[in-house]
Design a protein around this ligand. Structure first.
Ligand code: 2P0
Length: 352
């Protein structure tokens, strides 16, 4: 009987606290600054990818949510597939008994388990799942950090989805990108009380893609230079420390400050880029007031908002505040109620 070479892998969505925005090398996808994210619960939001290698296949093919996508020569998909194939080739050289499946073409099918209405970038989970599925298909003895170097060349933020929990993408200094990879700062079990509430403000596709928007920022924003040289390095150190010490107020303040600065460099771009809308800003005002009242009552900062390249909010908070925040958003912003049943929980915590 002919052997069947097939594997399936999943990868979750991640939401950055310290934002990646800008490349120093657009082909290798090397960033201008390091970034740090929280990986959401795999069960809630993930991409699932199946890869199969077969001597009978005539070319590599890929289906995304049941629709075939073109694998353009030299494009991001082709680069990731070629990178994984090259690792398999190296592996085959180490052991003559391994079947020579690096020579076979592959068929890849990927699906997201979240509706596009969630307004979440799916490229991070998608490329991480693609690389993981090929790593399993090829039975590679590769670490997630090594795989992250290939996932990064599919979509920068994808490298962070190779790990659960709290993940840093170290920008690296080498020109070949061999040290620009993801590392886990802490596992999800280290601080499982944190929840991420996703508030869908709008599901309309964004006007400026991240890829083109961030390059315009690199080319035109004087503020970006200050951010990458003077702000992000210290924030990376400080937020890693806050995570290790489970210091929520510091984690929250850094997360909000970095979201604000990311949107500030977007505004500093020529022509300016706007991702947040009036509802996004109203959610910020609500969280600011919520934290002010908590501190005024002798407590601490209890919630952090963060926004990516779109108007939807993600609110980080501790489990004990989840119910209160959902009620608050439901009251003031009924159209942006967190998807509390489907999403918003990560790190294996129990549903509210
Ligand atoms: C992040 N974003 O750190 C930031 C915050 C959007 C805002 O990573 O060109 O889709 O594929 O490397 O990874 C979006 O950028 O861009 C992103 P490419 P990607 O999550």
């Amino acid at each position: 009987m002919m052997a069947v070479y097939e594997a399936t892998a999943t990868a979750p969505v991640n939401i950055a606290c310290i934002k990646y925005w800008g490349k120093r090398d657009t082909k290798l996808i090397l960033p201008v600054n390091s970034s740090l994210s929280v990986t959401l619960n795999q069960d809630d939001l993930c991409a699932t990818t199946t890869a199969r290698a077969d001597l009978a296949f005539e070319r590599d093919r890929l289906w995304l949510n049941n629709k075939e996508e073109e694998i353009k020569a030299g494009g991001r998909l082709a680069t990731c597939i070629a990178g994984m194939r090259s690792l398999r080739r190296e592996f085959e050289k180490t052991d003559n008994s391994l079947p020579k499946i690096a020579e076979y073409h592959v068929h890849i099918a990927s699906k997201n388990n979240f509706p596009t209405a969630a307004g979440l970038a799916s490229s991070a989970a998608g490329f991480a799942a693609l690389v993981s599925a090929l790593a399993q298909l090829y039975k590679l003895p590769t670490t997630p950090s090594e795989l992250s170097i290939i996932a990064r060349q599919g979509s920068g933020s994808a490298c962070r989805s190779l790990f659960g929990g709290y993940v840093a993408w170290e920008m690296g200094t080498k020109d070949d990108g061999s040290d620009s990879r993801a590392v886990q700062v802490a596992g999800r079990e280290h601080w499982p009380e944190i929840h991420a509430l996703i508030c869908v403000v709008s599901d309309i596709k964004k006007g400026t893609s991240s890829t083109s928007g961030m390059q315009r920022t690199v080319e035109t924003s004087p503020l970006l230079q200050h951010r990458t040289s003077n702000i992000v390095p210290e924030r990376m150190t400080a937020i890693s420390k806050a995570i290790k010490e489970r210091d929520f107020p510091t984690f929250a303040q850094l997360t909000m400050a970095d979201s604000n600065q990311f949107h500030a460099v977007c505004l500093d771009t020529e022509p300016p880029i706007f991702y947040m809308n009036d509802v996004s800003r109203a959610i910020i005002a609500t969280i600011v007031e919520y934290n002010r009242a908590a501190v005024a009552a002798g407590g601490e900062v209890k919630a952090a908002y963060t926004y990516d390249a779109g108007p939807n909010a993600v609110i980080y908070t501790l489990k004990e505040n989840v119910k209160e925040i959902i009620e608050l958003v439901s009251h003031y912003l009924p159209h942006a109620v967190p998807f509390k049943d489907a999403y918003g929980l990560f790190a294996g915590t129990q549903p509210v």
